[in-house]
Design a protein around this ligand. Sequence first.
Ligand code: HEM
Length: 273
Amino acid sequence: MVDPQRIRAHNTIYAGKLLDIFHDLIKQRKMLIEETGSDTNKDMLEALLNMSQGNSKEKDKINIEHLMLTLFVAGTDTVTSTLEWAMTELLSNPNIMTKAKKELEETIGKGNPVEESDTARLPYLQAILKETFRLHPSVPFLLPRKADSDVEINGYTIPKGSQLPINVYAIGRDSNVWKNDTNLFSPERFLGLETDVRGRHFELLPFGGGRRICPGLTYAMRILFLMLGSLVNCFDWKLENDMKAEDIDKEEKFGLTLRKAKPLRAIPIKVNS
Ligand code: HEM
């Protein structure tokens, strides 16, 4: 298995620790159900435990533990790092922050949290998220693909059976695809474009595409939109120690996700609605 960033090697230990945590959570929940005769949490774990009734207990327990591990690993750092990068770019580009605030103020009113039904009415906020994904895809390499047969692409022969890591990070900064300064954060480039993140436009694939496309896409887009919109509309933001916008550190750290090397530190000031 190709492991260009040594992710697989580094994460084996942490996966084991997380499995231990999920093991304990499932055990506690089962004890609760046995004691009270019912489960009052009404969540995914309850649904999985209900579904597993009557099946081989040990096998199902292991499956549930691994499913929780997968969703936890795939669904936490990806969302938080995208949000952190979006805020980093907005704080580094005060003119873009001002435009985003203006759109929100005019559309839903200053200080109000964003709701799901507002999505279509906030094209600039959508463009900010797309531009964040273009420059800072939280999964810089897609899950590797395997060539079913010999294939020729741009004069290169890819032999049957080769593993193909897809470098979404490089695609997002490819000057053959993106006009203007490809390293510049400019949500305007998406205004009026059809391009979305659902795997149909190969120039922007933050969630991958095809059969292995991220199953958390819809959920992730929804919560990112709500969180980013609410952070921008409900707070003004100040940098620590009078730091200037242009001094914000944007160094990247490649790991399971593409994180900021140094966490963003900013101070929220509640705005009056
Ligand atoms: C900003 C948020 C997210 C990004 C950028 C993201 C991105 C990705 C990418 C690029 C893949 C590989 C797709 C491919 O190779 O074609 C993937 C797979 C996956 N994602 Fe996400 N993801 C995000 C959030 C989530 C969330 C919230 C969940 C679930 C709660 C989730 C669950 C998964 C799972 C289970 C897979 C593996 C699918 C498979 O192996 O077939 N992701 N994600």
